[in-house]
Design a binder for this molecule. Structure first.
Ligand code: G4P
Length: 522
């Protein structure tokens, strides 16, 4: 148990949340650079022969320059074992991100210093808030003209309803960005530009009153800094670790990821501030991490690479020590299973995992048994208290271009639906093609692309005018009479609506039927 406790205490598992373009990929790359996982930022190689830090297994990601899949990147820093969950940032494709956040113990919110809090940041922030995980903030791109830092803090507090307490303070911005002042250590970190941040940025430390500093940053910025620091120390609340852990306060850091500045300083603070893995909320109460083994599946992915055409279930170890080959219970079905095919992933590379600890992410080769939210445990009864599910808001008819590919089409449909790429609804008269449901339209494109690339099936998609789906429950005979011949992939009756008005009208006329945004018993 001593080893288990030690390993739990040094684990830091977190995810980055941000609006696209705020700099998440760049910060990830720099964190890996400082974590020693990679040696030079840019077109990064991790180990001999492997590819970049971007989860680039899908050519579509490269074409669009966005990251659609999630995987975990792991590195050691100052005795800590850091797991960074790579979350996709595109605003249309966020179900996956939401699910990934269930596996994180804290989140880093990256803001663009000129743009502040943006739409996607707000949505993701709300998910972290719901989960009650602590959130740290990094204000990026200080090397570009930025908003006034006091205004940025106010914006965070107003739009996100969280107290924002700076731990560092920027000195200038844009071409005049000279560094940051560490408000806790009362030290100045002076920024020196190095070509596109290719190597570690040199950092000189002095105190704010140091006359040499005035010379270094110029008298104007020096006076402004002294004024700002006086204001902050007099007016802003102190950082409070408990409030941060309760998700009520976010510590704020400033920097410029592209030039490396502020990232290592952030990392060195992060490992001390961020929490180690906490208890798992289960149907029978909180399960502490220092007990026997339990893990849960938060993500499924088929065909991660052309070399490995199989399905991977991503499991977060929630408690105890994971050992390859261990026998556990798959608690949804009550079946015993041996976890023998376990691996970690780094871009396209796989490595077998022999052991893992709470907070770690293990990829299990999934022969179709796992669903998102499933639990594997030594204890046969553990079930998750809740897991985020989503109600589709856009629907498309899908038609095969070549009917001889029916078998591959259905296999692809089933596997991609299982992963949560789209949800599938079937007309029960069997005559028409299935309908796909998604939260954002990009999911349809991903579906179409993957069906072509991985199953060799071309399909046509036509977005319909439906906007809402409701699962029908309540008076069963009325439901049976009423259901308009559409069901989900588990045979539950559903109904599609073109507008909220349409739904409300139908609800009023059928008080015996429940119209649920999600299927019952999830
Ligand atoms: P994302 O993953 O959040 O979408 O953002 P990403 O890191 O890809 O960064 C988005 C753009 O912002 C990139 O420029 C990146 O180089 C730039 N960027 C990131 N951090 C900083 C920073 O601290 N300062 C400045 N000035 N720019 C930053 P791009 O032109 O889209 O790509 P690239 O050609 O530079 O790779």
């Amino acid at each position: 148990m001593d080893q288990l406790l030690h390993e739990i205490q040094r684990r830091r598992t977190f995810a980055i949340i941000s609006h696209p373009d705020a700099g998440k990929t760049t910060i990830t790359e720099k964190l890996l650079l400082y974590g020693g996982a990679i040696h030079e930022a840019g077109s990064v190689t991790a180990r001999e022969g492997s590819s970049s830090t971007r989860s680039d297994w899908m050519s579509m990601e490269q074409q669009r320059g966005i990251s659609i899949s999630s995987s975990a990147l792991t590195f050691e820093y100052q005795g800590h074992h850091v797991n960074l969950l790579d979350t996709p940032g595109h605003q249309d494709f966020s179900e996956d991100t939401y699910r990934t956040l269930t596996a994180a113990d804290s989140a880093l919110m990256v803001l663009d210093a000129a743009r502040g809090v943006q739409a996607q940041t707000e949505k993701l922030f709300a998910v972290c808030r719901n989960r009650g995980i602590p959130i740290l903030t990094f204000v990026n791109k200080m090397d570009r003209p930025a908003q006034d830092p006091f205004e940025l803090l106010e914006q965070v507090e107003k739009t996100l309803a969280i107290r924002a307490v700076p731990l560092t303070w920027p000195i200038g911005d844009g071409p005049d960005f000279k560094g940051v002042y560490d408000l806790q250590a009362k030290q100045v970190l002076v920024f020196e530009r190095v070509a596109r941040g290719k190597t570690r940025a040199p950092v000189n430390v002095t105190s704010v009153g140091d006359p040499a500093l005035a010379e270094l940053i110029g008298p104007e910025l020096h006076a402004k800094l002294q004024e700002d620091v006086d204001l902050i120390e007099g007016a802003l609340p102190e950082f409070d670790q408990d409030e941060f852990l309760r998700g009520e306060l976010t510590p704020v850091f400033f920097g410029s990821a592209i030039t490396n500045f502020g990232v290592e300083h952030f990392l060195s603070k992060f490992v001390h501030l961020a929490p180690s893995p906490g208890p798992l909320e289960t149907t029978s109460g909180a399960l502490p991490p220092d007990t026997e083994f339990t893990g849960f599946i938060f993500k499924l992915q088929a065909n991660m690479s052309k070399h490995h055409r199989d399905r991977t279930a991503f499991m977060r170890v929630a408690s105890g020590k994971f050992e390859r080959g261990m026998e556990v219970t798959h608690t949804r079905t009550g079946r015993k299973m041996r976890l023998s095919r376990a691996h970690t992933l780094f871009a396209q590379d796989r490595e077998s995992v022999e052991e893992a600890f709470p907070g770690d992410i293990v990829g299990l080769v999934n022969p179709g048994v796992f669903r998102i939210g499933d639990v594997v445990s030594f204890s046969p009864k553990v079930q998750l208290a809740s897991f985020p599910r989503f109600t589709p808001e856009t629907f498309a008819n899908v038609t095969m271009r070549d009917v001889t590919k029916r078998k591959a089409f259905h296999k692809g449909l089933e596997q991609l639906a299982e992963e949560g790429v789209v949800q599938v609804f079937y007309p029960t008269d069997g005559a028409r093609d299935p309908l796909l449901g998604a939260v954002g339209p990009l999911q349809f494109e991903v579906f179409q692309h993957r069906l072509r690339e991985e199953y060799n099936v071309d399909v046509e998609l036509n977005v319909t005018s439906y906007q809402l789906v409701r699962w029908l429950a309540g008076d069963t005979s009325e439901v049976a009479r009423f259901a308009r011949n559409v069901e989900d992939d588990e045979g539950r009756p559903v109904m599609l609506f073109r507008s909220k008005y349409d739904l409300e009208y139908t609800q009023r006329n059928h008080p015996g039927i429940e119209f649920l945004p999600l299927p019952k018993n999830l």
